[in-house]
Design a binder for this molecule. Structure first.
Ligand code: ATP
Ligand code: MG
Ligand code: MG
Ligand code: MG
Length: 351
């Protein structure tokens, strides 16, 4: 019997487009003998649509036209329980969603209530991994090395903007990075080297969130590692990002294509082992399950400074996380199957 897999993609998030790129690749990689795929497209407005795979194309993907057939079938999120042709619940859901309303525990909470197994992190891990301030506080408690950071609520900033800028200058200085607390794909992130840039960066970041984080800017190599598993997770090889731009911004991630991913990264065995240990510490600090991609800075003196974990990292066949596993001997379609298994295992444990 084939596994009925609900695939959620798109999403009400600034990372909508990134999710669309992934959905097609995942559908194409799924073994049709093992899986019966039920795609659900979530529009940018948060409307859920029963997707259809038409000639191997996925609805919503920009260059493809939506079909009338598919757009007609708006559904309620809770109807995931009766998504299959026979009106049965799907066996498992893959929330291929990035950012708020998908990677942050909201969709995960709904799936918990519907009692449907799902791929990836649970409610707590997803929520903790989405909020950079909460995540960093948890990392600090786990003894992981990080850059200095401060955070602000929009209300406090509005009350006294200058006090906020002074705090940044006193605590961190320049360069610093201003980020919305809850986002990804570098959306809303700016590097600042002076007050004017700082003011603009605050304005921009607060367009995406009521909370922002400001971090000390670090000059270092950027290295990433994949973590896979539930309570006994294991690590992939390490990859390095070499961005040709000033930092790894949205354009260099998804548009320019001139960012080099070096896999495996040229690092010492000792650094690699340390990175494995710290990535698993980070995974456990957020109570992770399924997968994370842990992003570190590697400084000239050999220190590993954790930047973040992503609980649903970029997942096209050309994205870092799948490539890291491929180099570890787990090809793309096998990785997807492994993730589905892990999701079902975790669900079974809770019953
Ligand atoms: P994603 O989820 O896609 O990995 P994100 O939106 O969560 O990205 P970050 O990974 O925090 O954003 O930052 C994006 C990029 O900005 C980093 O990959 C790095 O190039 C740069 N960057 C972020 N913070 C710092 C810092 N404190 N010092 C130096 N560079 C930084
Ligand atoms: Mg991130
Ligand atoms: Mg992310
Ligand atoms: Mg990152």
């Amino acid at each position: 019997v084939r596994i009925k897999l609900g695939l959620l993609y798109g999403g009400k998030s600034a990372e909508h487009q990134v999710s669309l790129q992934t959905a097609l690749a995942v559908i194409n990689a799924l073994n049709g003998e093992k899986f019966e795929v039920h795609p659900v497209y979530i529009t940018e407005n948060g409307e859920w649509i029963r997707g259809e795979i038409i000639e191997g194309k996925v609805q919503g993907v920009e260059e493809l036209t939506l079909t009338e057939k598919a757009t007609a079938k708006a559904i309620s999120p809770t109807s995931l329980s009766t998504l299959s042709q026979e009106g049965e619940a799907v066996d498992v859901v893959f929330p291929l969603l990035h950012g708020p309303n998908g990677e942050d525990g909201t969709v995960q909470g709904m799936l918990e209530l519907l009692n449907i197994p799902y791929v990836g992190n649970g409610v707590l891990g997803s929520a903790a991994g989405m909020d950079k301030v909460i995540m960093k506080n948890l990392f600090a408690q786990a003894g992981l090395k990080q850059v200095k950071y401060v955070h602000f609520l929009k209300m406090d900033w509005k009350n006294n903007e200058v006090a906020a800028y002074r705090e940044v200058e006193q605590e961190l200085g320049y360069p610093c990075f201003v980020k919305p607390a809850n986002l990804g794909s570098s959306v809303g992130i700016n590097k600042c080297t002076n007050r004017e840039e700082l003011v603009n960066a605050f304005e921009e970041a607060f367009q995406f969130d009521r909370k922002i984080i400001v971090e000390e800017g670090i000059t270092a190599r950027e290295v990433e590692i994949g973590v896979l598993g539930n309570d006994a997770p294991s690590c992939s090889v390490v990859g390095e990002i070499v961005a040709k731009t000033d930092f790894y911004d949205y354009k260099s991630k998804y548009q320019d294509g001139d960012t080099a991913l070096i896999i495996p990264a040229e690092i010492s065995k000792e650094t690699y082992v340390r990175m494995e240990e710290e990535a698993i510490k980070a995974f456990k600090a957020i109570d992770g399950s399924g997968l994370v991609r842990a992003d570190f800075f590697l400084t000239e003196d050999g220190s590993l400074v954790i930047n973040e974990v992503n609980t649903m990292p970029g997942f096209t066949p050309f994205s870092m996380f799948p490539l890291l596993w491929e180099h570890k001997g787990v090809p793309y379609s096998e990785l997807i199957e492994k993730l589905v298994e892990l999701g079902m295992e975790r669900h079974a444990e809770k019953q």
